[in-house]
Design a protein. Structure first.
Length: 263
């Protein structure tokens, strides 16, 4: 939920970009960042630092403030973050209802979720960093419209998306996500891939690949490596993270999955 708090700050202030690309976070050499956010004539940025376990807020006019990343409720994190912004002269309000999750408790009322494990937070970021490196390589092999390699704080996945340029049918929507959001995200035909730590019907970390709309015969196409499979429930190709992690050449295995599912 902490990621959603920070993501919604960016959502409230960043100018709209097609497919909601203005709201995502980006992997850095220390964690995740909003990148620069406009605030009137000022600019600020918020970073999760998973090495020193701090939330760092910096303004282009020299303001700096940090909060410790340590166990505390979502409500406490939300209040402390908004207070820190106010102390730097940044006043804003955000929609505090979480998205793309079953529990819709507003941030300011959520005292149930209060965990922070520094070891696992850092391990998750290190996986994201390595995945970003390979996804960036894959992204460079496409010379038409393609998204950045970016982190969606709602679905909690790292993604890169290629576009055909053709309009797509209206998207039917997704659980706990407004239809207009999904329809903007999938306004045109896409081939998307990335990394997801898992959840719901997927009980492990996976790399994924899907197309919207899904072409006829897509799920029957032979793909690499042998550990990859098509999930009828997710309507995506999935490759267990452990199959990549334990491979003799992880980069080669992951790139083979990304390329074969695109083809």
């Amino acid at each position: 939920m902490w990621m959603q708090v920070i993501g919604k700050i960016r959502l409230a202030l960043a100018p709209m970009v097609s497919h909601w690309w203005q709201v995502t976070l980006y992997v850095t050499s220390r964690g995740l960042t909003t990148s620069p956010i406009p605030y009137g004539t000022r600019i600020f940025q918020i970073d999760f630092d998973f090495l020193d376990h701090k939330l760092l807020i910096q303004t282009a006019d020299g303001g700096t403030l940090s909060l410790a990343l340590a166990p505390r409720s979502v409500a406490e994190f939300y209040r402390e973050t908004m207070a820190a912004l106010r102390s730097l002269g940044i006043e804003l309000s955000i929609w505090t209802t979480p998205v793309e999750v079953e529990d819709r408790t507003p941030f300011e009322k959520d005292y149930k979720h209060a965990a922070y494990d520094p070891e696992y937070a850092q391990r998750c970021w290190r996986v994201l960093a390595q995945a970003t490196r390979v996804l960036t390589d894959f992204r460079s092999r496409f010379n038409a419209k393609v998204s950045p390699v970016h982190f969606f704080w709602g679905a909690f996945d790292l993604a890169v998306t290629r576009f055909s340029g053709r309009p797509a049918p209206l998207h039917p929507g997704a659980p706990y996500l407004a239809k207009f959001v999904a329809r903007e995200a999938y306004s045109h035909e896409v081939s998307s891939c990335g990394f997801w730590p898992g959840g719901g019907p997927v009980d492990r970390a996976v790399f994924y690949a899907y197309a919207y709309p899904e072409p006829e015969g897509f799920k029957k196409y032979p793909i690499q490596p042998k550990e990859a499979f098509y999930s009828e429930e997710m309507r995506e190709f999935l490759l267990p993270y452990d199959a990549v992690r334990t491979a003799e050449s992880p980069d080669h295995v992951l790139l083979a999955f990304l390329q074969s599912t695109y083809e």
